[in-house]
Write a new protein. Structure first.
Length: 261
């Protein structure tokens, strides 16, 4: 039986070591996306937001098996309140001023929401249940915030226009599944957020208001029931202004259909 020469054994050992090192350098880490098998980018459309006249897109980038980052942009063009008729029916005819405000009110909004996701499932790579701390900047605009006022033998309506901006932070609980190779379903189960908001609204009268009309309009604005919010009302012969400053919050929820690439 032939015996391997020492120099041949050394050469074979060096070759095995080289191949092992090469494999270690080229094999993907278990904590990194496998680019040949995993799509690390997702663009998603919020399907439930469409029913509320909100249109939002989210981009998500997978960083590792457990982590990803995402950015959501939402917009709503100037439109009446969602489910306006149902709200009006609830108000009824007992409060005609509120009913008229709801019927004529139009609102537009814009929001941008960055977030970081921690996936809890061993599946990883943008799959399974996740927790996502997030920040949201939102702005809301209106030009049809109408208030009626009366004087002796006179009456009128003033329309306030302006913007409210809010900065909030929150935590999302959600779950995401792969639908085949290129599609995904993302369920925002519950995402409460809280922060602060400021608003500034003003309107000019088409004519000079009498003292009695100014008093009635001031009462209308002061009667606005906005819990925990500081409200500053100014009324003069030319019109009125309303400033708001206080807490702001909300809940994110929805179902998104995504495309993976």
């Amino acid at each position: 039986m032939n015996t391997m020469q020492p120099k041949h054994a050394i050469s074979l050992a060096l070759l095995c070591i080289s191949l092992t090192q090469l494999q270690a350098q080229t094999a993907p880490s278990s904590d990194e996306p496998k680019s040949k098998h995993e799509q690390v980018n997702m663009v998603k459309l919020n399907l439930t937001g469409i029913a509320l006249k909100n249109y939002s897109l989210q981009y998500e980038r997978t960083l590792s098996r457990k982590f990803s980052v995402a950015l959501c942009v939402r917009t709503m063009p100037g439109t009446t309140l969602p489910f306006k008729n149902a709200i009006v029916d609830q108000v009824g005819d007992d409060d005609p001023d509120t009913k008229n405000t709801i019927e004529t009110f139009e609102l537009s909004n814009f929001a941008i929401t960055p977030e970081v996701r921690l996936y809890l499932s061993k599946k990883g790579y943008g799959r399974g249940f996740y927790l996502a701390p997030f920040y949201r900047y939102a702005s809301f605009k209106t030009s049809t915030l109408n208030f009626d006022y009366e004087g002796t033998g006179t009456s009128g309506t003033i329309s306030l226009s302006g913007k409210l901006t809010a900065n909030t932070a929150g935590l999302m609980l959600g779950a995401q599944w792969a639908l085949g190779k290129h599609f995904s379903l993302d369920w925002w189960i519950l995402g409460p957020h809280y922060g602060s908001g400021t608003g500034d609204f003003a309107g000019k009268s088409s004519r000079t208001l009498t003292t009695e009309e100014q008093t009635d309009l001031r009462d209308q604005l002061n009667d606005l029931d906005i819990p925990l919010t500081d409200k500053t009302v100014n009324v003069n012969a030319n019109g009125a202004s309303l400033k708001l400053d206080g807490p702001w919050g909300g809940i994110r929820a929805g179902i998104l259909l995504g495309f993976r690439f």
